[in-house]
Design a protein around this ligand. Structure first.
Ligand SMILES: [Fe+2]
Length: 173
């Protein structure tokens, strides 16, 4: 169960619409390594996680990814605000909007894919109003990466305790 705060996790206040930038950032909404994919991945992985502490991390991080989804949605909305359908047609944003890529379901967790996607966005973006919340989201992915490092250690320790190894050395022989 969740309760909802009627505010963004970090403010988004973009003054200048920019559909080219929106066409780049939209991948972080519903793309294969975006916030939606991350939150659904973690919030579903927690059911089969046998270690309570790690289940807690997955729930925390999966929940925060939903807040990031909301921030990315606000960024996209503000970047495409007031654009007419005619202005959108013929831009890269139009193609991406209708022909959304279908990625292979990601196998690795950890927020690293999202972080790399933010790195790429930062390289292509020069609006400080957009860079500010994007940099915040990137920082949070680094925190998630550290928490998943803890989760991996906890899970590995538990598995080793039971003589049940996360990596089976006999596979490498
Ligand atoms: Fe995130």
């Amino acid at each position: 169960m969740w309760t909802y705060d009627r505010k963004l996790q970090y403010p988004v206040k973009i003054k200048t619409p920019n559909h080219n930038l929106a066409s780049i950032i939209i991948s972080q909404l519903g793309g294969p390594d975006g916030e939606l994919a991350a939150s659904m991945r973690y919030l579903n992985q927690r059911y089969s996680m046998p270690y309570g502490e790690v289940t807690g991390i997955l729930t925390d991080v999966g929940t925060e990814e939903l807040a990031h989804l909301e921030m990315v949605g606000a960024i996209l909305y503000q970047l495409t605000r007031d654009l007419s359908p005619d202005e959108i047609a013929g831009t890269p944003f139009a193609t991406y909007f209708v022909d959304h890529t279908v990625g292979v379901y990601p196998v690795s967790a950890s927020g690293q894919k999202a972080r790399v996607t933010y790195d790429n966005i930062i390289r292509l973006c020069d609006d400080p109003d957009v860079l500010d919340p994007i940099r915040y989201l990137r920082e949070r992915e680094i925190v998630h990466y550290q928490r998943f490092g803890d989760a991996l250690r906890i899970a590995t320790d538990h598995m080793n305790e039971k003589n049940f190894y996360a990596i089976n050395p006999s596979y490498d022989q």
